[in-house]
Design a binder for this molecule. Structure first.
Ligand code: AMP
Length: 418
C-alpha cells in the first residue's frame, strides 16, 4: 500500500524543523495577541464556493468534494479563511468583541498537479484579524511574517504587495480590463474566454504561457484605486518603509481567490523553483457580510508550511534529533524491573530516559545508547545491584560515578537536570 498521489508522510526524521517552526510561530502569535482556533477539516461545499468564488481554479477544479450519505455536498477544506469566517459568524463572536485575532495550523487539500513544493495535502499556518479597518494592521501582519522568517533564520525572501481596490473602484477597473481582454481575445485560451463573462479578474490567474504573454500589459487595479483605497495603500507602504522592511509593489499580483479587497501580498523565495510563494495574504473586508454576518473588515495570511520547511532544509540540512538525557542498560530480570520503575519516574520528572526491554547483551545495549545519542548511560547489572549501587557514565567525558540505589532517582534528577 502506498500513499495517494500528492499526499505524503512527514517522517520522524523530518519533523524537527516542523516543530521548530510551529514553536516560533505560536510564540510570536501569542505575543501579538492572537488566539488559536481549531476548525473542522470538512465543511459544506457551499461555504467555499461562496467565499473563494464559483469561478476560481480552487472551486472549479481543485476541491475534494463528495456527497455525504444523506446527499449533502461536503468538501475537504482547501484553505482556512472561509471556515474561520463561518465560525466567527456562527458563534456571533462579533457581539462580544468584534475585534478578534485567530491563528490555526493544519492541513489543507487541493487537487493540484503535484510537484516539489506543491502537494494535494499540504499544511498552512494561518492568521486572521477581524474588526479592524486600519491600514496599520495590514503592515503589522507583513511585519509579523517578516519577524517570524527572521527568527527562523531565513534570508532571501521578498515581500510583494499590491492593492486590489474595493467595490467602489472595481467597476472602473473591470471595464478597463474587459476592454483590454476584448482586444486580446484571439490569443486567450478557452478557459479565459469562458471567464470573460463570469469573472474577468480571474483571467489574470491563468497559467497558460500564451495567455500570460497576451495579458502582460493588462490594466492593474492599482491604477484604478478610489481615494480611500489609495490612502490606505499609501499608509501600508509608508509604515513598512518606516519599519525598514523591504518590499516591492507588484501590480500584477492578484491572488487566486475572489474575496480579497485592498491590500494583498505574497512572500516569495527564489530557492524553490516554480513554487515561489511561501506565504500569501490580504484583506477581505466584504466576506463576513457576504457569508451572513455584520459588515466587518478583516485581513489574514497563510504560510505554506511545507514550502517554508523546504526552504529551511536548504539552510539547515542536518537538524538532527535532540539527544537523550539517559539510557538505562539493565542486565537480567531483576535489573529490568527496577530500571522500568526508574525510567518511568525520570520521565515523570521530564528527564528524557529510555531503556530496552528485549533482554539484549551489554554490548548491544551500549550500541543502542549510542544510536539514541544518549548523554548518560546508567549501568545496572547483577553485580552492581548486589552492591546496592549502579554506575552512571557520562558519554561525553567518559567519567563514571557510582550511585546508591536508595537515593538513585532524586540523585539522577539532580545530576541530569543541570
Ligand atoms: P493561498 O491559500 O492559495 O493563498 O496559499 C497560501 C500559501 O499556501 C501559498 O503561498 C503556498 O506557500 C501554500 N500553498 C498553496 N497551495 C499549496 C500546495 N498545493 N502545496 C503546498 N503549498 C501550497
Amino acid at each position: 500500500m502506498q500513499t495517494i498521489r500528492g499526499f505524503r508522510d512527514i517522517l520522524p526524521e523530518q519533523i524537527s524543523l516542523w516543530q521548530k517552526v510551529e514553536k516560533e510561530a505560536i510564540l510570536l502569535f501569542e505575543d501579538f495577541g492572537f488566539k488559536e482556533i481549531r476548525i473542522p477539516i470538512l465543511e459544506k461545499t457551499q461555504l467555499f464556493a461562496r467565499s473563494i468564488g464559483e469561478v476560481t481554479d480552487i472551486v472549479e477544479k481543485e476541491m475534494y468534494t463528495f456527497k455525504d450519505r444523506n446527499g449533502e455536498k461536503l468538501t475537504l477544506r482547501p484553505e482556512a479563511t472561509a471556515s474561520i469566517v463561518r465560525s466567527y459568524i456562527q458563534h456571533k463572536m462579533y457581539a462580544v468583541d468584534p475585534v478578534r485575532k485567530f491563528y490555526m495550523i493544519g492541513p489543507m487539500f487541493r487537487r493540484e498537479r503535484p510537484q516539489k513544493g506543491r502537494y494535494r495535502q499540504f499544511y498552512q499556518i494561518d492568521a486572521e484579524i477581524f474588526g479592524v479597518e486600519s491600514a496599520y494592521v495590514d503592515s503589522q501582519l507583513i511585519f509579523l511574517l517578516n519577524e517570524l522568517f527572521k527568527r527562523l533564520g531565513l534570508t532571501g525572501l521578498s515581500a510583494h504587495i499590491n492593492s486590489l481596490g474595493c467595490p467602489e473602484c472595481r467597476p472602473s477597473f473591470q471595464k478597463a480590463l474587459l476592454d483590454f481582454i476584448e482586444s486580446k481575445k484571439d490569443r486567450l485560451c478557452e478557459n479565459c474566454l469562458r471567464r470573460m463573462d463570469k469573472n474577468p479578474l480571474r483571467i489574470l490567474d491563468c497559467k497558460v504561457e500564451d495567455c500570460r504573454k497576451a495579458l502582460a500589459n493588462a490594466p492593474a487595479t492599482l491604477d484604478h484605486l478610489c481615494k480611500e483605497c489609495s490612502d490606505h495603500f499609501d499608509t501600508v507602504k509608508t509604515t513598512l518603509e518606516k519599519q525598514g522592511l523591504d518590499f516591492s509593489v507588484d501590480k500584477s499580483l492578484v491572488r487566486g481567490l475572489d474575496y480579497y479587497t485592498r491590500t494583498a501580498w505574497e512572500i516569495q523565495t527564489t530557492s524553490l523553483g516554480a513554487q515561489s510563494a511561501v506565504a500569501g495574504g490580504g484583506r477581505y473586508d466584504g466576506l463576513v457580510k457576504e457569508l451572513g454576518g455584520p459588515q466587518t473588515p478583516a485581513i489574514g495570511f497563510a504560510i505554506g508550511f511545507d514550502r517554508l520547511v523546504e526552504v529551511m532544509e536548504q539552510i539547515d540540512k542536518t537538524p538532527g534529533d535532540s539527544p537523550l538525557d539517559l539510557f538505562i542498560v539493565s542486565l537480567g530480570d531483576v535489573a529490568m524491573e527496577k530500571a522500568y520503575h526508574w525510567s518511568c519516574e525520570l520521565n515523570q520528572a521530564d528527564i528524557r530516559t529510555e531503556m530496552d526491554f528485549r533482554g539484549k547483551s551489554m554490548k548491544a545495549l551500549m550500541k543502542r545508547a549510542d544510536k539514541l545519542n544518549a548523554q548518560h548511560v546508567l549501568i545496572a547489572g547483577e553485580n552492581e545491584l548486589m552492591e546496592n549501587a549502579v554506575i552512571l557514565r557520562n558519554m561525553n567525558t567518559k567519567e563514571q560515578v557510582s550511585l546508591a540505589l536508595k537515593t538513585l532517582v532524586p540523585e539522577l534528577i539532580k545530576i541530569l537536570k543541570k
